[in-house]
Ligand binder design. Structure first.
Ligand code: FES
Length: 171
């Protein structure tokens, strides 16, 4: 007997035998595994902190900062609903106020203002500032937007803006 046969004593005729009962048992175990895995994932599923889906009750107006502290082309970070709801307020070069949640819609990193667009440093995703739509990189959904106004010398964030619809995305 060759040396390799002693090391690997495999009888091919026996190895090919696979009974119907074993096959059914195998299928049942695989199905049970998939069912348990899907059930576990469904139970564990939690929306990203600060993501639009986690938004619950409306929050009242928030005074973010004196208007004089935010010059055109600059941004300011703030939190809205709670300490984990990190947001960014931008005054565009034209003077328009824009506010978004910082949570990138790709994998949840924090976006930042680069002077022209909102940039996600994790995978180089970019969002335009007017409506928060993705313009470059992996993100495919717009940022969660907030309404910001200037009143009585202060900048206020007054609530969530509705999610853009598909027709708005195309326009
Ligand atoms: S997490 Fe923002 S681009 Fe990937």
């Amino acid at each position: 007997m060759p040396h390799w046969k002693k090391s690997f004593p495999v009888d091919l005729a026996e190895e090919g035998h696979f009974s119907r009962r074993e096959f059914v048992r195998f299928l049942a175990m695989v199905s049970a595994g998939f069912t348990a895995g899907i059930g576990y994932l469904a139970l564990r599923k939690q929306p990203l902190a600060g993501a639009p889906d986690s938004v619950a009750a409306p929050v009242g107006p928030l005074r973010v900062c004196p208007a004089s502290e935010l010059a055109p082309g600059n941004s300011r970070l703030f939190t809205y609903r709670d300490d984990r709801d990190r947001c960014i307020l931008v005054r565009t070069r034209q003077g328009t106020l824009k506010a978004y949640r910082q949570t990138c819609t790709h994998l949840g990193c924090s976006v930042r203002w680069d002077g022209q667009r909102l940039e996600c440093p994790c995978h180089h995703g970019y969002f335009e500032v007017d409506r928060g739509f993705p313009v470059q990189g992996p993100p495919t959904r717009p940022l969660s937007a907030l309404a910001a106004v200037e009143q009585d010398g202060f900048i206020w964030v007054i609530g969530d803006l509705p999610k853009p619809t598909l027709s708005q995305e195309k326009s």
